[in-house]
Design a binder for this molecule. Structure first.
Ligand SMILES: C[S@@+](CC[C@H](N)C(=O)[O-])C[C@H]1O[C@@H](n2cnc3c(N)ncnc32)[C@H](O)[C@@H]1O
Length: 392
């Protein structure tokens, strides 16, 4: 495909996504129908679509409309490319821009447009990040890094890095997070690499890794991962110490990948639909369902789908889950609450509300990072349950 044809294909996919279709599925359907598209074409169209979704408002502003065509036109203009060079109307190319498709200077756009952020959510961004609001939102308009976690149960990080390099996957060690390796070349080879298939490394964002490293984990402790999903945190915890690990999720199908991933990592994890039977636990981790606002550069259509009603529902669910998980913690044990959100109402506010509803819990650790070059936005709070004193 020519660059012009890729642009036209991306505009077509974007029109469907803007009408409400999920981005990933729409791209898969397009690729199925486009037999002429090779793997490089598919990757290029995917990048165009995701880049445009991350910057939907600013590109729409510069392109004159929030349509597939408008976003592609805006992308060309903001990249400093003359649209007439790719929108020629020849072959599969988009037709040339019309006089009506005027671009507006981005410097004149309202702040939420420049930040590629939903209007209704702007006050909440400011309340959550303060002076960090603009850099935080702008970080979500760029591509996310590909980061691996060295499985310390099997290798040191240096050994993992060398094993990856032998398979032409170049990485850079994260200076702060001692398990993290950022992929700088060969990211598309990771999933089929021996290093990955033999459990030396797992894909995991550096902020999630940093949060797990702060948990009170030592050999022999009983740990419940209450919202385990595919087990990203379960496996990260298990790689740090030999633990008695139980994984639970309200939707057990979400844990389908966990047993094969645990086997690769050399870990034993018990899956349980009713963890209360196995309570109490020394540590219960609630990695709660959330807006995902700290990770929106990975799932940019979610940024535009979130509504205030949906956010209220999530907050209620977060409270319900914390209330259900807390009684499973042993006296003097720990309850950890985490989200990949940057919105205070899903983070600190939930901990404050929990402590209003329940006495006898102390915050012993707080971790918050906004999205940035090294990792996604992430929040974690660790609470310790007061020891129950029995008076004889
Ligand atoms: C943020 S995801 C978990 C991600 C996972 N911990 C990881 O690191 O890969 C949240 C999970 O919470 C689960 N969930 C939703 N409601 C729940 C509830 N009431 N109790 C337990 N899990 C719940 C969802 O099915 C989802 O898998």
């Amino acid at each position: 495909m020519t660059p012009a044809a890729r642009l036209a294909a991306a505009a077509q996919v974007l029109d469907e996504v803007l009408a409400g279709a999920p981005a990933e599925r729409t791209l898969t359907n397009w690729a199925r129908g486009a037999r002429y598209a090779g793997s490089k074409d598919r990757a290029a169209v995917r990048d165009l679509v995701y880049d445009a979704l991350r910057r939907r408002r600013s590109l729409g502003w510069a392109g004159g409309a929030e349509t597939g065509r408008g976003l592609m036109l805006g992308a060309l203009r903001l990249a400093g490319t003359d649209p007439a060079t790719l929108m020629t109307g020849e072959g599969h190319a988009l037709s040339p821009p019309t006089a009506a498709e005027v671009g507006r200077p981005i410097a004149e756009a309202p702040r939420a447009v420049r930040l590629d952020w939903p209007d209704w959510l702007l006050p909440r961004l400011d309340a959550s990040l303060g002076a960090g609001a603009d850099p935080g939102a702008l970080a979500l308009t760029a591509r996310a890094p590909v980061t691996l976690r060295a499985n310390l149960r099997k290798v040191t990080r240096d050994q993992a890095q060398a094993a990856l390099a032998a398979e032409e996957i170049e990485t850079q060690a994260d200076p702060e997070v001692h398990t993290a390796l950022h992929v700088t070349r060969g990211a598309s080879k990771v999933a089929a690499s021996q290093a990955y298939l033999t459990g030396l490394v797992e894909l995991q964002d550096a902020s999630s890794q940093a949060a797990v490293l702060r948990l009170p984990l030592r050999a022999g402790v009983r740990v419940l991962d209450y919202c385990a999903g595919g087990g990203g945190k379960t496996l990260a915890m298990g790689s740090l110490a030999p633990l008695d690990l139980v994984a639970h999720d309200a939707d057990p199908r979400r844990m389908t990948d966990l047993p094969p991933r645990a086997a690769r990592a050399g870990l034993t994890v018990a899956l349980d639909t009713d963890p209360a039977r196995k309570a109490p636990f020394d540590l219960v981790l609630v990695d709660a369902p959330c807006s995902g606002s700290g990770t929106w550069r990975r799932t940019p259509d979610a940024k535009w789908r979130l509504t205030s009603g949906r956010l209220d529902d999530l907050v209620r669910l977060q409270d319900t889950i914390l209330d259900a998980a807390a009684p499973l913690v042993v006296p003097a044990g720990h309850l950890a609450y985490s989200t990949c959100s940057i919105l205070a109402e899903e983070c600190d506010d939930r901990i404050a509300a929990f402590r209003q509803r329940h006495t006898g819990w102390q915050v012993v650790d707080r971790f918050f990072v906004p999205p940035g070059d090294a990792g996604d936005g992430f929040f974690q709070s660790v609470l310790r349950r007061d020891e129950v004193l029995t008076i004889r």
